[in-house]
Each structure stands twice: as structure tokens, then as C-alpha cells.
Design a protein around this ligand. Sequence first.
Ligand SMILES: O=C(O)CCC(=O)C(=O)O
Ligand SMILES: [Fe+2]
Length: 431
Amino acid sequence: MAAEAMAAPLAATPPSVARPRPTPLPPQPQHSARPAPSSADRRGGTHALPAPTQRVALPPAESEVSCWLARGVLADLIPLFREEAIERLEQLRALTDDDLRELGLKMGARLRLRNALAAPSASTSQERGGVGGGAAPSDAEREDGTAGGETVGEVGWEGEGEGEGEGEGEGGGEVVGYHSSASWGVRAVVVDKQLANWNDRWDGRVPAGGAHLPLDLTYPGLVRVHAAPPLFLCDDFLSPQECDDLIAICTPLVTRSKTDGGVSEARTSRSCHLERDIGAAPALLKKASRLTGKPTAEMETPQLARYERGQFYRPHHDAQDESLSARPHSVGSANGGQRICTVLIYLNQPDEGGFTRFERLGIEVVPRRGRAVIFFPAFLDGRIDKRYLHEARPAVQTKYVCQIWIRQGVIDDGKPAGLGFALLSALRESR
Ligand SMILES: O=C(O)CCC(=O)C(=O)O
Ligand SMILES: [Fe+2]
């Protein structure tokens, strides 16, 4: 389904591996004659919001109950409550002992559940801004602040640009800064020429006149580490507690990650999606919103992913590659438009491996707990920016990440939050 294709980034394959055939796409709605203004327009940008969206299912996201159960010793009950569509903690609380017995829960499980619900951690996520209690996993965390890998040099920061409008010329770029301290960790890599000229129908030219989503450059900790195209890091984007919460949620929920064509040998991690309005998601999306100026309704449900030793995500673009699509712009315009910004956050800090490599920029980002990497898979107008080809290098130790993909416009996920969507659409229409 088209929306799933967008929610799971397109996997691209190196030349030695057969390229997966683009998934045939269902008929797509046409752009409306009069697109509504986008948030960027309101900020003075020039791009147009994609057509009113078609209601297309997004990948299934985990419910509040699943996330809460996942945090404690109750993960075994997730399938049961999923099956019964018990999604909110208040629904769970309303179940009587008889109800639970009827659902087939043994006395031991009923007791565990009752005790867990009585604990302070069982207040709703909205009240707490987090998800239930339970010990966070202790894997792969380092407190000494170091990260593996050789760092090849140090240069001073050359100031921060405005994050857009540099999109002309050849695909090369300039690393404006990386730090010699490995704990800081952006390192230059020798660009693999084959990948740099890799056969994704990119001739090395960057579309003229392209602008990227502007960021709030005053966001605490935001640093531009690559000039053109811009690539930003933001350390401590998430606190250690927020990272631990997300890791704890994702551990029992993840299933094999998919790409545009479903399960693929190009992407071997496991992942899940969180509802936008429950658990840790709202706080997470709020930060992304502050950073990008985009409303959370224009963000996909956050994804959590886990890589075990040896798992990877081969070079790919996060945006729909129109040149590979049978219907240019189709997936993007179907619901929310193209992905124009990726906020990738590392939730833990492996000692080695798991770097995010941008081969065409000649840099690798070192995973560091709480660090966000921000880049722009497509320009504001929806054209893909192929300079951001990237991959997750094979993990050596378990690695956890969280991804937030921001679209050109509002995503209609068919959820009650659709009220917000409807209001926003109405507001935009009336302008
Ligand atoms: O895990 C990483 O380092 C990169 C993940 C990624 O590129 C993706 O999920 O689209
Ligand atoms: Fe990606």
C-alpha cells in the first residue's frame, strides 16, 4: 500500500545486488488545482502544500496499552489486549476481575496486572509525559561518553547557515566541522566512488532552486556539521530517561522492518511505530515541531528500530525516488506529501559499529545516546535530494534508533486526531 511505502523508506541496493522492482502503486488522486498554503508558506517560503490528502492507512502503530505493558513484566499480555482492541489505559482499568477471567487470564496474570495498574507509573501517558514503570534495559549503554571509531580531523565551526537555498551545482559538499573528540563523533569517510556515482538514476546534478526545510537555528545544541547540503546534529535532543523509555517500549514490540517492497534483505533490523498521541510520542514530536516549525500532524508516527549485531540498512533514500516510481509524485501526494525532513535519534551508544553513513557527503555519524541527526531527503517542493543517500552500517552491538519523518503537509491517518486535521485543513482553506 502506498502509505506503507512512505512509512518504510525506499531501500536501494548496491549495484552488485538485484534492484527490487518498484512496488506497483494503486491509482492516486491528482493534485488539486488550488493547493492550500503550507506552514512553510506562512513562514515566507514558496512551496505549495500537496493536494488534500486521501485517507490511506499508515503502518499500524502500537497502542497506549501495548506500550505500557511493554515497559513492565507484562509484555506477554500484549497480544491478548491487542486482539481485544483494548488500547487505552482507562479501558484496561475498567476491566473487572471477571472480565479478565473471561479473557482467559490466570490468577497470577490478573494479580500482576492489578499490581501494575495500582502503581503510580500506571497514570496515563498524557499525565506523565512518558510511559509506565519498569526497569529499563541495561544493554549497550556507556557512561564514559566515548564512542568508537577513528576521527580524522578537527575544524572550527564556520557558523550556521540558514539551512536552505544552496541546492545548485554538483553533488559534492563541504564538511564544515567535526570534532576530534570521538565522543563528539562525526567522522569523515572516504567516499566510495561506486556509491557516489551509484546507479540510482542520479547524474550528480542537484535540482536547481531547491530549498530545504528551515530549522530553528536557535534550538539548543543544534550544530550544522555539513554545509551543502545541510546536515545537522543535536546532542541531548532526548534525555537518557526518554531514550530508556523508548528502548523499553520497543524491545517487545519490534517486528522485522520493511522497505517499500516489504521485507527486504536490504534492511534487516526490527522496528515498530508509536501512536502520535500516546506515551513518549507527544513529547518527542513536540521537540521535532519546535526544531522544524512543522505541526505534529505533518509528522509520521515515530518509528523505533533495533539492530542486532550484523544488522544493517543498505544505502537508500528516505524520500520517494520519483525516478524509480511508475507514477512520479504519486506516493508522496497521496497522503501528506513527500518526506522533506528526517530526524533520526540514537537511543543508545554502541561501543562500535552502527554508524550512519552518508556516502555522497563523505561523512559518518557516530551513534550517541540522545543525539539527533537532521537531514532533508527532499526539497520543500518534493523533489528528492539524492545527496542524502545514506545507510545504517552493520551493528556490532545492539543499536536502537527512533526516526521521525516530516512530510510536506498534513497526514490524515484516519484517527480521531483527524479532528485537528480537519480544523487545520479548514483553516488553511479559509486563508
Ligand atoms: O539507523 C541508522 O543509522 C539509519 C536508519 C535509516 O536511515 C532509516 O531508518 O531510514
Ligand atoms: Fe534512512
